[in-house]
Design a protein around this ligand. Sequence first.
Ligand SMILES: [Zn+2]
Length: 147
Amino acid sequence: MRPAPERTLRELAEFWEGIDRGVLRVPRCETCGAYRWPPRPRCVTCGGVAFTWTEVAAEGTLYSWTTVGRAFLPDFAEQVPYTVGIVELTHAKPIRMVGRVLGLPADRLEVGMRLVASFEDDGGGTLCHWVQAEGCGIRSTFATHPV
Ligand SMILES: [Zn+2]
């Protein structure tokens, strides 16, 4: 059985509750409105200490990615190769989240391509993966592929 993400951290309880319901929730500063990820005790923009967990559109653009070709844990051996991406949330900038990118081989990925979240339970609890947005072409925002 593959290890599942740690879900007992109090600071992430509302995030995981949202994921289990198929929505993406992130903390938003009550003073300046900035989105923050991961949760922090103080807003890095204004120093505010009050945050509200806010549901945001589960869509973003691919910022970068890597393909895992060697399983570091035996429980992942049947899944390699798989791709892990950094996704910049479209409506909650500057948040970038890490998650599996499903449904496309790595050679078809491009920086800036539009992705949407796919909430899937593979037996260890619901996780937020990313898939290409339907009907969306690739929108490159950088001239070269990231290293
Ligand atoms: Zn703030």
